[in-house]
Write a protein that binds this ligand. Structure first.
Ligand code: SF4
Length: 75
């Protein structure tokens, strides 16, 4: 059986560099040299912290998908 993986991305045009995502999930998000967040890996194992980071992002810049379905930020 194939493990379910998620994908995650950061809209760098929206990111305001608060660093909150890296604080919540440092294995998943980091700030680059321009102080914009980027995912450490585009494909990730299911990880609730990705959803927590997406929910907490003040710019709604983090998207998490399971397949084509957008699952984060949560409504
Ligand atoms: S929480 Fe959102 S605004 Fe803050 S660094 Fe992460 S992606 Fe950027």
């Amino acid at each position: 059986m194939t493990a379910v993986t998620w994908t995650t991305e950061v809209d760098r045009g929206l990111c305001m560099g608060s660093g909150m995502c890296g604080g919540i999930a440092p294995e998943l998000y980091r700030l680059d040299e321009t102080d914009r967040a980027e995912p450490v890996h585009h494909r990730i194992p299911r990880d609730e912290r990705a959803l927590d980071a997406a929910d907490s992002c003040p710019a709604s810049a983090i998207l998490v998908r399971e397949g084509e379905r957008l699952i984060g930020p949560r409504p």
